[in-house]
Ligand binder design. Structure first.
Ligand code: GLU
Length: 307
């Protein structure tokens, strides 16, 4: 079969977006995100056979925020397996990613590992499971991605610690229901550091390629997780990866993916590729406005999605 010229596809999509409505707002809740140039647009696609296609600001580092929650889930699943699901679910929330209301009536059991409450429970599990949680999690991220230079960003993490009052509220509510076992400050320190990681589109596409190749990272042949659990992670990304807009993303793009409020999106085509897009202006649901458009364009123009 002929190789798809994704660079041509990227160029077409960008040309079509040029001059079209330029919607969305950059996240402003911490200065590190508010000060990002709103006009950045980068994309990078890596195939499982290591063909690479980039356009625009694909080598620009940005705050990946919630995209990093894929790693914390992967590590907990790797260690705990199905035990993981005793303390959280796998259903889309249909509510804002930081909703307290749903957590109250569902008795402190988060709907899934990607809403904030779910990611906080996952971090609590890691605090219990790992000897030196911040170091061990970072080592796992470096090893599984094959990118040794990945690090936490202390400035971003500190800003989040100063402003993340709602995350403290979520953690306290869950502690009251018995679903947080460790000290809240320690758990949230891990959570905020995880969210603080900065990467380029190119690095992101490499880092999550294991999800397109049955759990093995083709860059370093590292077995990150089993094929069965790779399936589960992709399924959760498809159903829950885009806050309360997961249905819309699946409908438009037809791929599992995960977004972050830094304006990044990673999407997986199992057996084919991993693609990362960065554009900081967010739509009303907190997903990158142009990022969604680029990904919809890629699967529509190449007539390929998982469906
Ligand atoms: N650190 C952010 C928070 O916890 C992550 C938000 C996101 O990307 O969804 O609110």
């Amino acid at each position: 079969m002929d190789k798809v010229d994704y660079l041509k596809v990227f160029r077409e999509i960008v040309a079509e977006m040029d001059g079209a409505d330029d919607c969305g707002e950059v996240a402003t809740y911490i200065p590190e995100l508010a000060n990002v140039d709103p006009n950045k647009l980068g994309m990078h696609l890596t195939t499982v056979s290591n063909d690479n296609y980039s356009l625009g600001d694909s080598d620009e580092k940005f705050s990946i925020q919630s995209i990093a929650k894929v790693w914390s889930l992967t590590l907990v699943l790797k260690i705990l397996g199905k035990e993981t699901w005793k303390r959280l679910g796998v259903e889309p929330s249909g509510n804002a990613f930081n909703s307290l209301v749903q957590l109250e009536y569902e008795k402190g059991i988060p709907r899934n590992p990607f809403i904030n409450a779910g990611a906080i429970v996952i971090c609590d599990m890691l605090v219990s499971l790992l000897e030196v949680p911040k170091v061990d999690l970072l080592n796992f991220i470096r090893k599984s991605s094959g990118i040794e230079s990945i690090d936490y960003s202390p400035g971003i993490a500190e800003s989040e610690i100063q402003t993340g009052h709602r995350n403290y509220a979520l953690a306290n509510l869950m502690k009251d229901f018995g679903n947080i076992h460790n000290d809240i400050g320690t758990v949230l320190d891990l959570y905020f550091n995880l969210c603080s990681i900065e990467l380029t589109c190119k690095e992101l596409a490499q880092a999550f390629l294991f999800l397109a190749s049955k759990g093995v990272n083709p860059f370093n042949n590292e077995t990150v997780i089993s094929p069965r659990r790779t399936k589960r992670i992709n399924s959760i990304m498809l159903m829950c990866g885009f806050y309360d807009e997961a249905g819309e993303f699946a409908f438009r793009t037809g791929l599992p993916g995960k977004s972050g409020v830094g304006g990044g999106i990673v999407a997986i085509h199992p057996g084919e590729f991993c693609i990362a897009v960065f554009s900081p202006k967010l739509n009303k649901r907190g997903n990158s406005y142009k990022g969604m458009k680029v990904l919809e364009g890629v699967t529509t123009k190449t007539n390929s999605s998982i469906f």
